[in-house]
Write a protein that binds this ligand. Structure first.
Ligand code: IPM
Ligand code: MG
Length: 356
């Protein structure tokens, strides 16, 4: 019997609602399967913790997390805590501290879901966005000088390293290999940004020689937004910088039906450190405590966690259960045009799992 130690960090806002729902679904799945169990340990870190202790997590937080097989994470962001503090104090501290350099964001129009691209259905949009997750525009390099004076400067420096670019591209090539279309699109802005972005182009061209079986494609970040909307079927795996992919993944989630659906894996592919799994939506304080948050993004995130743990069959089963519920349509959450509460959507998925 496999035992998985999972660190649970619901953190802020609706993270506290969708993560317990995800735990319930995972427990139902494990019980039914009978070949593995989860040991969940929940940590109360986040903005409430910050209000009490002046930091987002304890100093030795990463040491504590190091011993887990995976981290199941909700969302960070609180109206009274500056975003750069909550982000750098918890989510980025974990991503960067554990070298989770590959951020994987699938987007798909699930059965029964109506995309804002009205004429488009399941077969037209099936992407995986690979986001560089350790450097680039999120490197945290830069500075401020002459604060408050008219000559004040603020510099935000993007850092791209050959090894950093190579490893994320290699990851994207390998992933494309596992998909039927074997199509990889790389996004840059190398017409305007002539240093780091041109290096991205060069490294991509070099690596593509090693992967002759993969069809490659280069698109500028502005141009790909129109491609995503007008010709979604021309894309499959997309690799982009930290910031570009951040923006594109919100668009991708919206086009697939709702921001409430999108999942994320922050992977340390070598498994030297635990990886972290989180829904793409934020803390959504506007709908907090109403019981209406969409837990499907968290369930899909749990699918990614199961895949990473090596529980492939269980991952397929959970994805099928999610799709059974979306296809049936009776238990859709509000953001997907239904009326179901978080608890009702969760129960619907658990019922399908129990019957499968
Ligand atoms: C995401 C989010 C974060 C990011 C925010 C919360 C800073 O938008 O995971 O996409 O930009 O990385
Ligand atoms: Mg984002």
């Amino acid at each position: 019997m496999h035992q998985y130690k999972i660190a649970v960090i619901p953190a802020d806002g609706i993270g506290k609602e969708v993560i317990p729902a995800g735990v319930q679904v995972l427990e139902t799945l494990a019980e039914k399967d009978g070949t593995f169990v989860f040991n969940f340990e929940t940590f109360p870190w986040g903005s409430d913790y910050y209000h009490q202790y002046g930091k987002m997590m304890p100093k030795d937080g990463l040491d504590t997390l190091k011993n887990f097989d995976a981290i199941f994470f909700g969302a960070v962001g609180h109206p009274t805590v500056p975003d750069h503090i909550s982000l750098w104090g918890l989510r980025l501290a974990i991503c960067q501290g554990f070298d989770q350099y590959a951020n994987v964001r699938p987007a798909r129009i699930l059965p029964g879901i109506i995309s804002p691209l009205r004429s488009r259905g399941e077969k037209d949009l099936d992407w995986i966005i690979i986001r560089e997750n350790s450097e680039g525009e999120y490197a945290g390099v830069g500075g401020r000088a002459h604060r408050g004076h008219s000559q004040e400067v603020g510099m935000e420096v993007s850092v791209f390293t050959r090894s950093g670019v190579q490893r994320i591209m290699r990851f994207a090539f390998e992933l494309s290999r596992q998909r039927s279309r074997k199509l990889l699109t790389m996004v840059t802005k190398s017409n305007a940004q002539r240093h780091g972005m041109v290096m991205w182009d060069e490294i991509f061209a070099e690596l593509s020689m090693e992967y002759p079986d993969i069809t490659t494609d280069r698109v500028l970040v502005d141009a790909i937004t129109t491609r995503m909307v007008l010709h979604p079927e021309t894309l499959d795996v997309i690799v982009a910088t930290n910031l570009h992919a951040d923006i594109l993944s919100d668009l991708a989630a919206a086009l697939s039906g709702s921001l409430g659906i999108g999942p994320t894996a922050n992977l340390n592919p070598e498994k030297k450190f635990p990886s972290m799994f989180e829904p793409i939506h934020g803390s959504a304080f506007d709908i907090m405590s109403k019981g209406i948050a969409n837990p499907l993004g968290t369930f899909w995130t749990a699918v990614l966690m199961l895949e990473h743990l090596g529980e492939k069959q269980a991952a397929v089963k959970l994805m099928q259960a999610i799709e059974t519920v979306t296809r049936a349509g009776a238990s859709l959450p509000i953001d997907l045009g239904g009326q179901a509460t978080t608890a009702q959507v969760t129960d619907a998925v658990c019922t399908v799992l129990q019957q499968s």
